[in-house]
Design a protein around this ligand. Structure first.
Ligand SMILES: [Zn+2]
Length: 278
């Protein structure tokens, strides 16, 4: 299948915290969105990788994502290696998103900032005409509508149910995937204290986004295991709301999610520039 927007993150539940509202908003506008988690969460203090897979599927459903997949990169060991770049490039060539959302390139957790560099370099690699990327998938768990899933993960049996699937057949040969470079890369900055270049109004999506995070029951329900490490549910709600309100305030709306782009903004009509100055 072909996606419009793909969010890439190190861990299951990262996207729900940094750009879930934006993904939901885009899905509600009719765009096809997807989530690629680089790891499966097997190092988590609470719950197993299987628990997290179920929870990630539920969160994807809430966010109306058309596709969600996880790679087999070890949790806590996201490294910017050639092998890992090929794994991500393969997904990019299969899903061919126009917009890619990456984590910001600085942060506390090494997996987060490494995912940013790895994602960027994979976007570059995916567009190189002479880089041969085989179809052999490293996606170990995949969620999508059945016909969609078939076209996204199978090499030789691409479903011919939609125009997108036919397009995939045309551009990709039996063994290798055609080059694809996303048009736009933006960085979700919520995990790091940096001034965003723009925010997305998620006032109407805020509640659903919070529910998508709460779908990770093994992580976020009030329980004894890891009590010192994990805040109680009410505290999480307060934090998530405070952050969304803060970025909303910067944009003159109730709730928002922050992003950064390396490029300058292009303006066509001064009368249409949003966000009040004074
Ligand atoms: Zn994370």
């Amino acid at each position: 299948m072909i996606l419009d927007i793909l969010a890439i993150a190190a861990h299951r539940d990262d996207v729900e915290q940094t750009c879930g509202g934006t993904l939901l908003k885009m899905a509600e506008r009719g765009y096809r969105t997807g989530i690629l988690d680089l790891t499966r969460g097997e190092m988590g203090t609470r719950g197993s990788a299987e628990d997290r897979e179920r929870e990630a599927a539920e969160a994807a459903r809430i966010l109306k994502a058309a596709w969600r997949g996880a790679l087999d990169i070890p949790d806590g060991r996201v490294e910017n290696t050639w092998e890992n770049k090929l794994k991500v490039a393969r997904v990019l060539r299969e899903l061919r998103p126009r917009v890619v959302i990456l984590p910001y390139w600085k942060g506390r957790h090494p997996d987060h900032y490494t995912a940013s560099t790895l994602g960027y370099e994979a976007c570059f690699l995916a567009g190189l005409k002479k880089a041969v990327v085989s179809r052999q998938s490293s996606v170990v768990s995949e969620i999508g509508a059945p016909s969609i899933q078939q076209s996204a993960c199978s090499g030789d049996a691409i479903a011919s149910t939609g125009e997108d699937a036919r397009l995939s057949t045309d551009i990709n040969s039996a063994d290798t995937l055609a080059p694809h470079r996303p048009f736009k890369i933006i960085y979700a900055t919520l995990y790091y204290d940096v001034r965003p270049t723009f925010v997305v109004d998620i006032t109407d999506q805020f509640e659903a986004r919070f529910q998508s995070l709460m779908a990770y029951k093994t992580q976020f329900s009030d329980q004894e295991a890891g009590k010192d490490l994990f805040p109680a549910k009410r505290e999480i709600r307060n934090r998530v709301e405070a952050m969304a309100r803060f970025y909303g305030m910067l944009g003159g709306v109730e709730f928002a999610e922050p992003f950064l782009q390396k490029e300058v903004g292009l303006v066509d009509d001064l009368m249409m520039v949003p966000v009040k100055s004074i």
